[in-house]
Design a protein around this ligand. Sequence first.
Ligand SMILES: *Cc1c(COP(=O)(O)O)cnc(C)c1O
Length: 430
Amino acid sequence: MARTVAALRATVRHHSARFERAIPLIASENLLSPYAKEMLISDLHSRYAEGLPGERYYEGNEDVDTIERVTLDLARRLFRCSFADVRPISGTVANLAVLKALTEPGDLVGTSRLADGAHISSAGFGAFGLRGVKPVYYAWDPERMTIDVPRTREILRAVRPKTCLFGLSLFLFPMPIDELRPTLEEIGARGWYDGAHVLGLIAGGEFQDPLREGCTVLSASTHKTLPGPQHGILLAEGADPALAKKLESGAFPGVTSNHHLHAMAALAVSLAEHLEFGREYARATVRNARALAQALHDRGFDVLAADLGFTRSHTIAVRVEREGGGEAVARRLAEVGVITNKNLLPGDTSPKHPGGIRIGTPEVTRVGMGEREMVRLAEILDGFLHRGRAAETVAREVAELKAGFTTLRFCFGAGEAAYRYYDLVGRDPA
Ligand SMILES: *Cc1c(COP(=O)(O)O)cnc(C)c1O
């Protein structure tokens, strides 16, 4: 088995080196700062702390209590809200906690369709199905890539769900919560926002602020535009004590027992860093997304929502039918080191043949790329997908573009290697 462990180490090293050379454009991915990463390999990883600070089920949690109190405090400061729970271990787990707190099996819950960009949490085969709630789908405006407000008002008035979820995984433009708010009030529905993708943009003041626009609860992953550890979070504003209790018991014992203390400590570091650097980072991320969209559009790519400036977030959507379809294009790009994902777009007729790719700028921004690099990237993609440049040549161009951008920005310890493999043992097992 020593050889297996040695081989695993080699594979992880290989993976790290591959991403160091690549241009990762997955909209849900980001890089952890060195101080946050350090927390992941601390002793906290070995411990248990069920419950809340001061009300634990195990001994030895004095420092954990301090760390959790600091994390909660930073979360409430960053999102300007009265309630936080940092125990959900992922965005999906956070959503399950909210479903447990806000709904009963059999309830109707407003949400968007998967084909319109919603996350699998909203699907019958995902978290909604696990809780036994039934989706009520909002109408979609494919031109504006957001909810169709007048038609959705009619649907909500007719069906009257008690909970309405807003938020997407292909998230180009803010949700029209302000416009729907009177209808939610009229039917007595509570607004719930899934900010997994846009959490760092919300905190950085670059996207709608759902807790100020009429949503009581905000659930999210903490590792997409918020460049934190893979983890989840619950935030709320205007929640009465009974709802706060329900959210807390949704998190524990509802969907966790222990809550990954090493990741929580890493989250605390990331929240502190976002308070310091988040505004600048969020602005640069959105600026890069728009610059890349424009540069691709200028080179004949069918970037969605051109009339609306392509995006207001970190994400752009490109219809690549002409270039061979979402699946083939994403695969070909990966072969030259440009990592994206195939994505269903409005109007696609088969879920098996996505017509587009999704591109995000959180990671390239975090390693310091700017608008100049976005234009260069568009040139490279144009050469490869429109002008028949050879894969080996393009792979070299990709590696050359990336070579100057392998260290972290927008965090303490900026300038540290972004893709470092932490070799604590120093040698392979004999
Ligand atoms: C990514 C995502 C999630 C789930 O996140 P995990 O942390 O991967 O569980 C939930 N909702 C939306 C909208 C997402 O995009």
